[in-house]
Design a protein around this ligand. Structure first.
Ligand code: SAM
Length: 280
């Protein structure tokens, strides 16, 4: 469990003090100075804090924060969160942009977008443009429009599976990664056409399945919709490992070595995959 301070910057130290006082054992998240791993306590305990009532904190996995941070959005930029609901990363992108610029949050699910609206409202975030489109189709509407696009893709979620929660994999079948990979290639490919030359795309998943990670990038790079190159992830994340160079009978494009796998269990991280692409 990790928590992110979303209130006024000057009250951050006081927030950390409160987390210690109530026994949540906060430990800084190394790549985001407003976030803390919580080594004790429960979600209920965090939700009961006065800061939670005031909408000044967000519970979010640290790996999830890393994906949004890897996009390095700047104040004043045009940024798209292509698969945004329920909005945890949108809220962090808004914070990193200091509320300045154009932030668009899209998701194919209307129901999940309701949750995104609720979350942004709870955090007092205004000015985010919300779209309900199939992500790949959005490329026809908004080509060359953004400085940065986050593709936090729908995935099989194996990075978050743990023995105590078998429902997490109850719908998984051996064909799940392959069928998701088709959709993921469409989404990241569309994202690359929506950034301007020089713009960046982050592709992230919370799965460890190579078909949905290295395999997706390999298919993208073998048939790029626009000229692309992979760039190094701009942050160091606990538990990060190099990606796979091959899987079964496929040897992946060597550029994919710039991506990062985050292994679950290391310093409280959940399993994640993060890749940064730049349009040339
Ligand atoms: C991993 S979740 C995103 C989590 C979100 N980024 C966050 O941090 O709160 C993936 C999202 O992709 C959406 N999705 C699935 N297929 C999509 C598509 N073709 N186009 C756009 N969104 C899609 C799902 O509805 C789901 O909300």
């Amino acid at each position: 469990m990790a928590v992110r301070w979303t209130g006024p910057r000057e009250n951050l130290a006081q927030f950390e003090h409160v987390l210690h006082e109530v026994g949540l054992a906060p430990r800084p998240v190394p790549f985001l100075d407003e976030a803390f791993h919580l080594d004790a306590g429960s979600r209920a305990c965090v939700r009961a804090l006065p800061a939670a009532m005031r909408g000044e904190l967000a519970l979010q996995s640290a790996a999830s924060m890393a994906a949004a941070c890897a996009l390095t959005p700047q104040p004043g930029e045009d940024v798209l969160d292509l698969c945004a609901a329920p909005g945890g990363k949108t809220a962090l992108l808004h914070r990193l942009m200091q509320g300045q610029g154009r932030l668009v949050a899209n998701d194919a699910s209307r129901r999940r977008l309701d949750r995104l609206r609720d979350q942004l409202q709870q955090l007092g975030i205004e000015g985010v443009q919300i779209l309900n489109r199939e992500g790949a189709a959005l490329a026809n509407e908004l080509p060359n429009c953004f400085d940065r696009v986050l593709v936090d893709a729908p995935c099989s979620g194996s990075g978050r599976w743990h023995g105590g929660d078998p429902t997490a994999w109850s719908t998984w079948t051996p064909s799940t990664p392959k069928s998701l990979a088709r959709r993921q290639v469409g989404l990241v490919s569309a994202a690359c056409t929506m950034v301007r030359p020089g713009g960046r795309v982050v592709y992230s998943t919370c799965t460890l399945a190579p078909e949905e990670n290295e395999g997706v990038l390999d298919r993208l790079l073998s048939k790029p919709p626009v000229p692309l190159r992979m760039v190094a992830c701009p942050l160091h994340v606990p538990g990060e490992r190099p990606p796979l160079s091959s899987w079964l009978d496929v040897t992946f494009d060597p550029q994919i070595a710039a991506a990062r796998r985050i292994v679950p269990g290391c310093e409280g991280m959940t399993g994640f995959f993060i890749a940064v692409l730049e349009r040339c």
